[in-house]
Design a protein around this ligand. Structure first.
Ligand SMILES: NC(=O)c1ccc[n+]([C@@H]2O[C@H](COP(=O)([O-])OP(=O)(O)OC[C@H]3O[C@@H](n4cnc5c(N)ncnc54)[C@H](OP(=O)(O)O)[C@@H]3O)[C@@H](O)[C@H]2O)c1
Length: 245
């Protein structure tokens, strides 16, 4: 069934690259107007140009926002008239063991990924249309820890709980969570090759499908959650069977 998002405004914080950018392309194909946000305006400008070249009828706005700075989230959202769909893939954090990380490093996924999404939803709330939907970003490590990274694991689980809590509070606005496994895409492309190769091999071996999800696979789940009127409070794992939920 082809999705139709014509007349809808899709806000993608982190939409200049990776999973967010793939959602931007899919939403543009479905006819939505887009608002992209992140810290680097050049990156957003390039992303907007690519989308407009591919989908000339689509309106693409973009603006600077840092999800670790609540005031900047407020400024970014204040420029948007109304919001029909929201996804926040923006986050940067350190992962590691209880033993090796300082408390500040251990808190970084919460500061960036948890409170970043919480604050984005808090500022977006007055602008949400009655049939809006929000997709929160988690990560399959929350359900199946791949190694010693307890704070990162806990952060992802907390985001899944946040999704259930917000689904109750914000209804009829729908809130769901996407929890990808290790994705072959932009985030890992920017990591050291030896680390990436080892992580990819280990991940493939830990999945039922012996494969790596692609950004487009995750984007397709997000698009379904944006549109499907029966989905709320759910967490979906596009992870090649890593968590086997
Ligand atoms: N890729 C995976 O394997 C995977 C697996 C599980 C979960 N995830 C989750 O997916 C999210 C990352 O998405 P991705 O894989 O698509 O990575 P990505 O390509 O690196 O995208 C992240 C985007 O967020 C923006 N960003 C980073 N920090 C920001 C901040 N403080 N404020 C505003 N924008 C910020 C970046 O743009 P700027 O540099 O312009 O700010 C970038 O465009 C994270 O929450 C991650 O935990 C990813």
């Amino acid at each position: 069934m082809a999705q139709d998002l014509s007349g809808r405004t899709v806000v993608l914080i982190g939409g200049g690259s990776g999973i967010g950018f793939q959602v931007a392309l899919a939403a543009a194909e479905a006819g939505a107007s887009l608002v992209l946000g992140s810290r680097n305006l050049d990156k957003l400008s390039n992303a907007a140009t690519q989308i407009e070249q591919q989908y000339p009828a689509v309106k693409v706005q973009y603006g600077a926002v840092d999800v670790e700075d609540e005031a900047s989230i407020g400024r970014f959202i204040s420029d948007i008239e109304s919001i029909d769909h929201l996804l926040v893939t923006a986050a940067n954090y350190v992962t590691g063991s209880l033993e090796e990380l300082s408390l500040e490093q251990a808190a970084s996924p919460f500061v960036s990924k948890f409170w970043g999404q919480y604050n984005a939803v808090r500022h977006a709330r007055p602008k949400l249309s009655a049939d809006a939907s929000i997709v929160l970003m988690s990560g399959a490590a929350g359900a199946r820890p791949p190694g010693a990274a307890p704070a990162y694991v806990a952060c992802n689980s907390a985001i899944e709980g946040l999704g259930r809590g917000l689904a109750v509070e914000l209804a009829p606005v729908r809130v769901n969570v996407v929890s990808p496994g290790t994705v072959e895409g932009n985030l890992w492309a920017n990591r050291d090759q030896a680390v990436r190769d080892a992580a990819f091999e280990s991940y493939r071996g830990a999945t039922v499908l012996h494969s790596l999800p692609q950004e487009r696979d995750v984007a397709e789940v997000v698009m379904m959650l944006f549109s499907n009127r029966a989905m709320t409070g759910a967490t979906i794992f596009p992870d090649s069977g890593y968590t086997f939920h």
